[in-house]
Design a protein around this ligand. Structure first.
Ligand SMILES: *Cc1c(COP(=O)(O)O)cnc(C)c1O
Length: 403
């Protein structure tokens, strides 16, 4: 019977409806619904890391509890932002804070707030800045322009790219709205955080820093507020394990108030589409609180132990070399680079990545960096998964050894 025919037959069965009460009498426990199998979704062990496309991180139980609980009552969204914002601001040494729809939207709303202030007429005009009288230029280091600055230009602002401190200072005009800094690229830019702030302060220009993936270390949550950035934007769903679609904008009280006017629940503005629901706002608060209270030293040691376990199970395979790599700024946690001699092991980075992806269970690794190597992280693994990752990588390296 074809599927279509089966469906037709079922729909014609006269008994179909009357069967329902009988089954409820017997009340057999319903098998638990599995949305992954129902949707035919591939789930995987995440040995790659905190990648947006891989759904970033998993929310811990206390965050899920907060989300479930906050789904049971009505509250005023502005009040949720007020209360949660005050808690987050206190935790991060900021004057004020708000939960946004990701770090990207934190940058859009923050930039919009800097440009419009609290003026309703100006808020209505964004992103049409020309002839509006609003300041429209944002100064950014060339090395910091790796794509995320599109969140700045979403507001209608234009970028003035500079390389040296002298250039940055020369670029300041009466049309300068803000100076933006991408923390991840701090090591590749010529101007340090302190020099950037000094120039901005001298000319009274507001500053913003993008910290998206830059915890750990946990201290980064307050370091840049303490340092004097007027606005700090960070992702909520990366290492902090909040809802993936959240972020935080924190900083000066007046700028946060202006940013909020540019976003939901207010309408007729550039940010109305960047809605965050109460469950996510509250979930973010609980995630940050839990993240700050974690034993970070113990967690780091656990990551090192897992990396060592995987390293020890594969490093003696002929032709294989391993190296522990710790990214200095973003995604700062120990990772393992696994490289091989292509004469001894017949694999490319892509083919090993694909074999691990297609295996059971499916495993995602970083398989797009250097040739004849993959890189793995352990900070997104569930307990015990390091053993599976180690044995699968070992299996594939041995299976494809040319001996
Ligand atoms: C992830 C990321 C963003 C965007 O953050 P979302 O929370 O996904 O909106 C912005 N900047 C940098 C450097 C990032 O890594």
């Amino acid at each position: 019977m074809k599927r279509r025919d089966i469906l037709k037959t079922i729909s014609m069965l006269p008994l179909a409806g009357s069967l329902a009460p009988i089954s409820s009498v017997f009340a057999a426990p319903k098998p638990k619904r599995n949305v992954f199998t129902e949707l035919g979704l591939r789930t995987f062990i995440n040995a790659a890391g905190n990648y947006t496309a891989m759904s970033a991180s998993l929310m811990p139980p206390e965050v899920m509890e907060a989300i479930n609980q906050s789904a049971t009552e009505y509250v005023m969204l502005e009040e949720v932002q007020d209360k949660v914002g005050a808690k987050i601001a206190a935790m991060c040494h900021a004057e004020a804070a708000m939960v946004t729809a990701g770090c990207w939207s934190a940058i859009v709303l923050g930039t919009a707030g800097v440009i419009t202030g609290k003026d309703p007429d100006k808020i209505k005009k964004l992103p049409n800045l020309s002839g509006s009288g609003m300041k429209s230029e944002v100064i950014i280091q060339k090395a910091h322009m790796v794509g995320y600055e599109h969140s700045v230009t979403n507001t209608g602002a234009t970028i003035i790219a500079v390389e040296t401190a002298a250039e940055a200072e020369n670029a300041i005009t009466e049309n300068t709205a803000m100076m933006w800094f991408l923390n991840r690229e701090a090591p590749s830019g010529k101007i340090t955080h302190e020099a950037w702030l000094q120039i901005a302060r001298k000319h009274n220009i507001p500053t913003m820093i993008d910290l998206a993936a830059d915890v750990p270390p946990v201290e980064n949550l307050w370091k840049y507020n303490d340092m004097g950035f007027d606005l700090v934007a960070i992702s909520g769903g990366k290492a902090m394990c909040g809802p993936q679609s959240t972020g935080i904008l924190m900083g000066k009280k007046e700028l946060i108030a202006a940013a909020r006017l540019n976003g939901p629940p207010n309408g007729g503005n550039i940010g109305r589409g960047m809605k965050v629901n109460k469950e996510e706002i509250i979930g973010m608060y609980v995630a940050m609180d839990a993240y700050i209270k974690r034993d970070h030293q113990k967690e780091w040691k656990m990551w090192e132990d897992k990396i060592a376990y995987i390293d020890n199970s594969i490093k003696k395979i002929p032709g294989v070399t391993t190296e522990i790599v710790i990214p200095p700024v973003a995604n700062h946690n120990p990772s393992l680079m696994i490289a091989w001699d292509s004469q001894k092991i017949r694999l490319t980075k892509e083919s090993l990545g694909e074999k691990l992806r297609k295996g059971t269970p499916s495993i995602e690794t970083i398989s797009w960096e250097k040739d004849n190597s993959i890189r793995i992280t352990v900070f997104m693994l569930k307990p015990g998964q390091e053993k599976i990752v180690a044995s699968r990588i070992k299996e594939e390296l041995l299976k494809n050894s040319a001996s």
